[in-house]
Design a protein around this ligand. Structure first.
Ligand code: ZN
Length: 296
């Protein structure tokens, strides 16, 4: 059953589970129009939870007027790739970045190339592989009705709108949606309580952090985890963590530790374990930027 949390009379969150990677939030804004922000994961369990959450709010899928996607990761496009007809006439809105092909951040093949052969089975074990394949097996092409860019306004009824902020970094197509009247930013996966999230492009991620800092938002409602009230402090913490990772990598690089696998071991304190695949991804992203900026 989807857990429903009411933030105020107009904004609620439905939290649904997904086959891996924890829970994800779907936000519901109820004004003259009913607006969903993101859609959860398309697995049958997540769909059931989403529909039971809507039911608790007295809504049926056909009551939804529009669905705004912060980005096209599978845990955000949910029911839309599964069965669009669930949502009847709902208008699906996403960024122009959605014209680009989707890149899954945890793309395993890319990562495997960076793991010494004798450690591949330990870092990417069979159970994980199976769960991973199931997780992505639901993905289908997505139909988007309207594409938006920086500064566009999305009408939510009652004379109010959401302002589109392009916030790439976690993914290239990522947008955040600012409701200025309530100081609420629907932040997708750009700013998380215990961030940083997975990052596709660090350079644009840092610029997006600056944009969120100056957005004037009092609260960020993220795709995962707790809402964020101390926005500027959380942005500062997140960028500090990125800088600390950069410094660790530069320091190790200067000691001639050069492969993403060895650098990931440095960051995790030297143990080989399943979590290493995550850190190999982190290292690859940081190395891209450090090389581009001639810091290594
Ligand atoms: Zn994401």
């Amino acid at each position: 059953m989807g857990r429903v949390e009411q933030f105020n009379s107009k904004i609620a969150a439905i939290t649904v589970s997904q086959p891996m990677n924890g829970d994800v939030h779907v936000y519901v804004i109820r004004k003259e129009k009913v607006t969903l922000i993101d859609c959860g994961h398309p697995s049958p369990e997540s769909l059931d939870e989403l529909f039971s959450g809507l039911d608790q709010l007295g809504l049926k899928p056909e009551n939804i007027d529009q669905i705004l996607l912060t980005h096209r990761h599978i845990d955000h496009v949910g029911a839309l790739v599964c069965e669009r007809a669930y949502f009847g006439h709902a208008n699906v809105v996403a960024s122009y970045g959605s014209l680009e092909p989707i890149v899954h951040l945890d793309e395993l093949d890319r990562m495997k190339r960076h793991i010494p052969e004798q450690h591949v089975a330990e870092v990417i074990d069979e159970a994980f592989l199976q769960a991973y394949r199931t997780y992505y097996s639901y993905y289908r092409p997505l139909r988007i009705d309207r594409m938006v860019r920086e500064g566009d306004r999305i009408d939510i009824g009652d004379g109010q709108h959401l302002l589109v902020l392009e916030t790439p970094g976690h993914s290239r197509d990522h947008i955040s949606l600012l409701h200025a009247e309530s100081g609420t930013l629907f932040g997708g996966d750009i700013l998380l309580h215990n961030g940083p999230p997975l990052i596709q492009c660090l350079d644009s991620y840092r610029k997006s952090m600056e944009k969120i800092n100056s957005s004037g938002a009092d609260v960020v409602l993220p795709g995962h985890g707790k809402e964020i009230h101390n926005v500027n402090e959380t942005v500062a913490q997140t960028t500090d963590r990125l800088t600390a990772t950069d410094q660790k990598i530069i320091e190790a690089w200067n000691r001639n530790v050069r492969t993403p696998y060895e650098l990931a071991l440095e960051i995790t304190g030297g143990r080989v374990h399943r979590g290493l695949r995550f850190f190999i991804g982190v290292v690859l992203t940081h190395l891209d930027e450090l090389k581009r900026n001639h810091q290594i």
